[in-house]
Design a binder for this molecule. Sequence first.
Ligand code: ADP
Length: 414
Amino acid sequence: MNVLVLNSGSSTLKFQLIATDLDRIKQDTDERLCRGQAERIGGEAIITIQARNGPKQKFTASLSDISAALEYLVRWIASERSGIGEVQTSADIHAVGHRVVHGGELFTESVLITDDVLNGIQDCIDLAPLHNPNNIKGILAVQQIFGRKLPQVAVFDTAFHHSIPEHAYLYALPYHLYRRHHIRRYGFHGTSHRYVAHRYRILRQLNREQTNVITLHLGNGCSAAAIRGGYAVDTSMGMTPLEGLVMGTRCGDIDPAIVSLIATKEGLSTHEVEALLNTQSGLLGLSGLTNDMRVLQEELREHEDRRVRLAIEVFCYRARKYIGAFLACMGGADAVVFTGGIGENSPSIRSRICEGLEWAGLKLNEKENQHRVGLEGKISSEDSSLHAYVIPTDEELLIARDTIRCIQGESHPS
Ligand code: ADP
């Protein structure tokens, strides 16, 4: 079956088309037919598409909304110039899987989308006002273009974290705030943490119950998850993706009293302060330069900039602190797994994060570490008791697989 995977944002639509079915999942032979995105939807959009491993193609087109973008993409995929023989018409797309950011306490696993599910996603809008409405638009656009009969599945960023126990997800606030407004830790990047934990199991030939790892998703957004016995028991992101690790433009953990202090001193509303914490902070805020770790590292090499050094130091220190905290929470782990743009591609950041973790039994094999750039494998030395791995994430593959499993009525084993 050909599954279209969609990640709908406010002005961006990311997509992949993946050929998969229950047999292919078992054999690990799913095939990526194409991937790409439409950016700046609402005006003159930029569309980037890559069929299989072919060259990236770039187009511009006037696309007024997500529906228009989706229609354009589907037409391109089905056209001869895409070179994707598997899809001749839109009827050759057999299902759609959506990344949905917030499932609240309602959705603990991926689900086939019905009117009730759509209402449920709508009910979670308060928890993710910037994201869930766009995800809903993506779902409605598919209904509009393909009709209501095409199966659609929602895969939630929060779902993998549903196993986190009460003592880890509750904030020490008046309890009625949790009861009234569902204020608690939910966690995000769940599909990524789940995918790399699953790959780790396969690499080590373990069963789920034997999987005890700390996964570090370090991309533009960054989060850590503590996974014990194959299930999440804690995570660094909270009610929203702002809490926890230092990120590209988000501050991660801060003293909540800082919010009103900044508001008073800088003459900002609390909404404006929240925007500052989300978009002007993290690596960007500390360095005053960029949120892009690759550029920061180049800058440090070439100009020895003090604030760039500081930004990288705070980033690595915070990640190491979470590893230590999660080791304590889990009663030890077997491995730390790095993923996301930075985690997969930056040996020096991995090395900085692992510095001084010898007490916990973690010793990097520097040769392996330097070699693993976007490559799966072990980067710790044989005599480590806490291992380290690099495992490139693949959220789209997991979304496509969950879509198949939901349609075929199978539970999600990984
Ligand atoms: P997103 O969270 O938007 O999916 P990614 O997972 O692609 O982002 O991660 C983006 C981050 O990864 C950026 O900070 C980028 O600089 C960083 N990155 C990508 N390649 C490298 C590299 N070779 N070295 C250091 N950082 C890298």
